[in-house]
Design a protein around this ligand. Structure first.
Ligand code: PLP
Length: 408
């Protein structure tokens, strides 16, 4: 007979280690926990029984619960069922997927688009597919975790250049001797909200024959003409950046992701990106809902205009209260508070007063730069921003002044 095992059959060593992971994180104010929502995503959400004003989603255009998307999803389910049933290359590729890929390519002015299950999978698959031993990958220090994971897993030489620093990138590229160079930057940085210095990056990558990839997770839908992202924001031609990745889970309000670029590159990714090959295709009805989202993304300039109005109003209010803002013109407006404990305390004080704002702590951001990551969406109105500002004004004496004492 087997000896009586510890909890749930875990070997003792494992149980001790897992318990230690949890207790260490809890002591350092770094434990992460999901809150459970009862309502749909939106400006007001019900969370564990309470209605809160929501300033932490990435649903920038307010599309996650938009009526035309709901109807498109329901119609899609009636038409094509629920699950795709197989990977795209086996028998899961539906005409809704094909139509979505074509419409995304048309929107961005590129030759071709490949769909992925989500942005994390897209980034890992793109990096593992395009780079391997003998190549070099250069990434902005603040790029998203999925890009860093993909770069490390690719087997290529992997380097991180100083944030937004094209000169540092140039030095590193010039010193390298790799077979091929891949340079990757977030278009809009997810935890800081600033926009990558794309023209400067291009003056470095083009003469060096380095392939530039932009992760447009927080840019598509939000900046540029018709929401076409960072390339359009800088007034550049559609083919200025050969490879762009976008998620469908943020401004699009749905789920999934894609890579966009010239046909030869996308065709090769279909052969090389293991995270697109060995995985079930997105439900075709989600592709149908995403096609409806793309119509809103292209046509609803009012959503982007409203965001700009709200961003200006929020920043002006926060600056007048003395908060430590970051250099962001996007819906991501972090307030830096320093330690993880302080970020948690501010987030908790806001929650008590009816506002949901996430505390972003290390390792997501560097130690000592924990922050409240405020995000705006087109579902907010000016009165909601004013309500948030009124509560932050009340909290500012406790949080703004102590920040100065700490740094003094
Ligand atoms: C959210 C995010 C991703 C991942 O996209 P998902 O579709 O949520 O998996 C990738 N890159 C960046 C910069 C992101 O913010």
């Amino acid at each position: 007979m087997l000896p009586a095992g510890p909890v749930g059959g875990l070997p003792g060593d494992w149980q001790a280690w897992l318990g230690q992971v949890l207790s260490e994180r809890a002591e350092a104010s770094l434990l992460r926990r999901c809150r459970t929502m009862d309502s749909a995503q939106g400006a007001r959400v019900q969370v564990e029984g309470r209605w809160l004003l929501n300033f932490c989603s990435n649903d920038y255009l307010g599309l996650a619960a938009e009526p035309t998307l709901r109807e498109a999803l329901i119609a899609g389910v009636r038409e094509s069922g629920v699950g795709a049933g197989a990977a795209g290359l086996v028998c899961g590729h539906h005409r809704e997927h094909e139509a979505l890929a074509e419409e995304l390519a048309d929107w961005l002015g590129v030759e071709s688009v490949l769909l992925f299950g989500n942005g994390y999978l897209a980034n890992v698959g793109i990096l593992q597919g395009l780079a391997s031993a003998g190549d070099a990958v250069f990434q902005d220090r603040l790029n998203h975790a999925s890009l860093l994971d993909g770069g490390l897993a690719s087997g290529a030489r992997h380097q991180r250049y100083a944030h937004g620093d094209a000169a540092d990138l140039a030095r590193r590229l010039a010193a390298g001797e790799a077979r091929r160079n891949l340079v990757i930057s977030d278009g809009v940085f997810s935890m800081d909200g600033d926009i990558a210095p794309l023209p400067a990056l291009l003056t470095v990558t083009q003469p060096q024959q380095a392939l530039l990839m932009l992760d447009e997770a927080h840019a598509f839908g939000v900046i540029g003409e018709q929401g076409r992202g960072t390339v359009s924001h800088f007034g550049l031609a559609a083919d200025a950046v050969p490879l762009r990745m976008g998620t469908l889970g943020k401004a699009f309000g749905v789920y999934g992701a894609f890579a966009a670029g010239p046909r030869v590159l996308i065709d090769a990714l279909q052969q090389l990106a293991r995270t697109a090959i060995y995985t079930t295709a997105l439900p075709p009805a989600l592709a149908a809902a995403t096609r409806a989202a793309l119509v809103r993304v292209r046509e609803d300039d009012w959503r982007r205009q409203r965001l700009q109005v709200l961003i200006a109003r929020l920043r002006a209010g926060l600056l007048s209260q003395g908060w430590d803002l970051m250099d962001s013109s996007t819906p991501i407006q972090p307030i830096r508070v320093g330690s993880a404990e302080r970020a948690l305390a501010l987030s908790a004080a806001l929650a008590e007063r009816g506002f949901w704002v996430g505390a972003i702590r290390p390792p997501t951001v560097p130690a000592g730069s924990a922050r409240l990551r405020l995000t705006l969406t087109a579902a907010h109105d000016e009165a909601m921003v004013d309500d948030l500002l009124a509560v932050l004004a009340e909290l500012a004496p406790a949080f703004v002044n102590t920040a100065e004492e700490e740094s003094a």
